[in-house]
Design a protein. Structure first.
Length: 582
């Protein structure tokens, strides 16, 4: 027995080499953590790099840099190259997914395989065997970018699509696989609803919205015309004006797809559509109908589950803001509030935080109205006033369900706020949103609801206020020159001016980018609750006094964060003014 015990002890302490040893040498991991990570990665058959990143022991960029130095391999930016789908198809989808190893190109008899873990030799050996003996060469890629590239490459290579622009009507029909149909007794006029041209039109509109990156679709009937608008990067744009006679048929078709009552046109209805683009990709739409003077207006919100997989680096936080967010997110208890107006990206920030916490050893429960994105491994509850399932009732139930993390979609009233505060005070991490403009106003809003100052100071760890701004297309932006006086009026400091400020306006990108903007990013105020702020809250300070203290502590407000992005050419000064000037 003693001999067996000795063997077990010696085998548990494995000698570290390669990447693990370098991480310890560079002070990024201590010896014990590295030993444990290496052993658990082996036991779970998880690549060592993936294990480190999933457990947030080391971030993706740092691991990639360390691996590049250790193995003498250049780091490839996979987002800057075009992946050959024919090369991807040489390896099975299951093998690519299991090993996180992606064939990206071929040169003669050599296949280049993108990996984030160069020590995973088993992956290269299996792929080499799978493709019949052609030589394989590993190419080092940052893990976060590799994961995203694999998802996209599998969609394109194994039945997905990359460019919707070339789809004809038949192709659009074949891509749409709707889950569920309306019940026969709910149909008003099957001949109208199943009208082939209307079916194809709606399918193509949905696919076009996905291609353009729209967040919402509006189908709007008026007295003399009917129009369809998309909200892209926060701005509504008219896309098409179908014949007015099709208004009822289009609304009816969407209601069938979302399993709503087609015969009921007098009251609002809510439903969902699931659009399956390929076996690896599905998009959900939240559907809302509302009777108007000239017919039913239908609005669809696109709920893309990919937003829940966003890396926090993609959200637009400054480095110091991101560090504050992550530090407070991983605290064992307390409250983290995300605030801002409707459409400011609060849900994406919360879902990104939840995804970072979503591990086997953490019990996460959310109550939302509505549930916007389904998250595997998270217990999600839908608010339903008809059955009495309110935010407050769900929160009370959660507290009997052994939760570690609780997400409340929105604090709307005193009852919900009081339970959330108590949960945060009794050993739970609580995340929620409020519709307020900044951190100081959030504190006063909670007090206005009736939550005592003492409860506010002892429960809240961090308040994040945010807005979304459109990003300038880097190819089409044009320089903007302003005199120093104008820059000072906009809020730039004298130091900024002395160092030199390069501002840009959007240029006309023609059909490729008519607005000059492409994509959006966040601008933030990340406000920890310091002791000085707590004292002001207890003394009954108003929002203005709290804002003065926040500024004195050097915490950036949303506008300052926006000016920083304008300074770096990420967005325009006009865009910052649009979202921050009240």
């Amino acid at each position: 027995m003693a001999e067996a015990s000795t063997v077990a002890v010696s085998s548990s302490k494995m000698p570290l080499g390669g990447l693990a040893r370098k991480l310890v040498t560079d002070g990024l991991l201590d010896e014990q953590s590295a030993q444990q990570a290496f052993k658990e990665a082996l036991d779970s058959r998880t690549p060592f790099v993936r294990y480190l990143i999933e457990r947030r022991l080391v971030d993706s960029k740092t691991v990639a840099h360390e691996a590049s130095v250790e193995f003498g391999m250049p780091l490839l930016d996979i987002e800057a190259i075009e992946i050959d789908p024919d090369v991807v198809k040489l390896v099975s989808e299951a093998l690519i997914t299991r090993h996180s190893a992606l064939p990206i190109s071929r040169r003669g008899n050599r296949i280049f395989i993108a990996v984030s873990d160069p020590t995973n030799l088993r992956a290269l050996d299996e792929i080499k065997f799978h493709i019949g003996g052609a030589s394989t060469e590993a190419v080092l890629v940052e893990d976060a970018k590799l994961t995203k590239a694999i998802d996209k490459a599998l969609d394109v290579a194994f039945g997905g699509f990359d460019d919707l622009g070339g789809l004809d009507e038949a192709a659009a029909d074949s891509l749409v696989d709707l889950e569920g149909t309306a019940q026969p007794d709910s149909l008003a006029d099957n001949a109208d609803i199943d009208d082939a041209p209307v079916v194809k039109f709606v399918n193509r509109i949905l696919l076009d919205a996905i291609k353009r990156g729209a967040s919402d679709l509006h189908f709007e009937p008026y007295e003399k015309y009917y129009r369809v608008r998309f909200r892209v990067d926060g701005m509504l744009t008219e896309i098409i004006k179908p014949p007015l006679a099709l208004a009822f048929k289009i609304a009816a078709r969407i209601k069938v797809m979302s399993r709503l009552d087609v015969s009921e046109r007098r009251v609002p209805q809510d439903g969902r559509i699931k659009l399956r683009l390929s076996k690896n990709k599905a998009i959900d739409f939240r559907v809302s109908t509302c009777p108007t003077l000239y017919g039913e207006k239908v609005v669809l919100r696109i709920l893309d589950s990919d937003v829940a997989k966003l890396n926090i680096e993609q959200l637009g936080y400054e480095d110091f803001q991101r560090d504050l967010f992550v530090k407070n997110l991983t605290k064992p208890y307390g409250m983290l509030l995300v605030t801002g107006p409707t459409g400011s990206g609060k849900t994406v920030s919360l879902y990104t935080g939840i995804s970072m916490l979503n591990r086997e050893d953490i019990n996460i429960s959310t109550v939302e109205d509505p549930i916007k994105i389904n998250l595997a491994g998270v217990n999600q509850v839908q608010v339903d006033e008809r059955t009495g399932m309110t935010f407050a009732k769900a929160l009370r139930a959660f507290l009997r369900q052994d939760p570690d993390v609780i997400l409340v979609g929105e604090i709307r009233d005193l009852e919900t706020g009081s339970i959330a505060v108590k949960a945060a005070q009794t050993g739970h991490m609580v995340m929620s949103t409020l519709h307020t403009n900044d951190g100081p106003q959030t504190i006063t809003r909670l007090q206005d609801m009736g939550i005592p100052p003492f409860a506010v100071t002892t429960s809240i760890n961090l308040i994040t206020a945010q807005r979304l701004v459109r990003k300038l297309h880097p190819q089409f932006r044009v320089p903007l020159t302003l005199p120093p006086e104008a820059l000072r009026e906009e809020g730039f400091t004298q130091t900024d001016i002395d160092e030199g400020i390069r501002l840009f306006n959007p240029g006309n990108g023609g059909s490729e980018c008519p607005s000059g903007y492409k994509g959006r990013t966040g601008i933030y105020q990340v406000m920890p609750i310091s002791d000085a702020i707590k004292r002001l809250i207890m003394d009954g300070a108003n929002a203005v006094q709290l804002a003065d203290q926040v500024a004195a502590e050097g915490i950036w407000d949303v506008r300052r964060s926006g000016l920083e992005k304008a300074k770096r050419g990420i967005t325009s000064l006009a865009e910052i003014n649009r979202v921050t000037l009240e």
